[in-house]
Design a protein around this ligand. Structure first.
Ligand SMILES: [Zn+2]
Length: 222
């Protein structure tokens, strides 16, 4: 970016890739080699295989949620490294930006966190991804189209049915959808229960087609 002076500390302590610890050369957070070594799912549009897909027209997931990906998403969610999200946004854009035809969407919508969780984390990781994708694809990001009206228990460790119940009805659309086609953005999609609850709320709120794109999904039955 222009106008940014080099950080003198970078000369003393050159920034290192958070995955392989090799010195970064003008890159942020993670080196190009490590990004290139992530495992693409190759699933294409995989809505038909998602366990909870009601309310969703298309599902896209760029990479498998393997150890490398876990480390990157952990950095984004729990270590305050928003730059990891920007890098992941770039990687997913490069991988899926042609196949998912982003130009057919009028809006990118990050799956919202409850305000309390957002306050604790300081930001919504899905929003970091959506903003980067929005810049690359020239699509507006709708940050307040949908809100999470109650704090939900983490989906980790819950069965498919429990996940469905946990998030059912927890999203509320704030305005009118006017038939707009939207692309939801999130970090990881597991059963699809959260994205599905969002999709159902958006459709009920008058939106048109609702698809979701995520950085990662766990390998099947893994
Ligand atoms: Zn690296």
């Amino acid at each position: 970016m222009w106008g940014r002076l080099p950080n003198p500390l970078d000369l003393l302590f050159p920034p290192l890739c958070i995955l392989c610890t090799s010195p970064l050369e003008g890159e942020k957070i993670v080196c190009g080699r490590c990004l290139g070594n992530l495992s693409p799912t190759g699933l294409g549009q995989w809505r038909e295989q998602v366990r909870v897909g009601e309310g969703l027209d298309e599902v896209w997931s760029a990479y498998w949620f393997d150890d490398q990906m876990k480390a990157l998403i952990h950095a984004l969610k729990y270590e305050g490294l928003r730059g990891a999200g920007r890098r992941l946004g770039e990687a997913m854009s490069q991988l899926l930006g042609t196949d998912c035809t982003p130009e057919k969407y009028g809006l990118l919508i990050p799956i919202p966190l409850h305000w309390n969780q957002r306050r604790r984390r300081g930001y919504n990781q899905a929003e970091v991804l959506a903003i980067r994708l929005g810049q690359l694809w020239r699509i507006t990001v709708g940050r307040r189209c949908i809100v999470r009206r109650r704090s939900t228990q983490s989906q980790t460790g819950l069965s498919v049915q429990e996940r469905r119940v946990n998030v059912a009805g927890c999203f509320r659309v704030t305005g009118k959808g006017n038939g707009l086609n939207v692309l939801l953005v999130d970090d990881v999609l597991t059963t699809g229960a959260t994205a599905s609850a969002c999709g159902l709320a958006l459709k009920e709120g008058g939106y048109g087609r609702v698809s979701v794109i995520t950085v990662a999904t766990p390998p099947k039955d893994g």
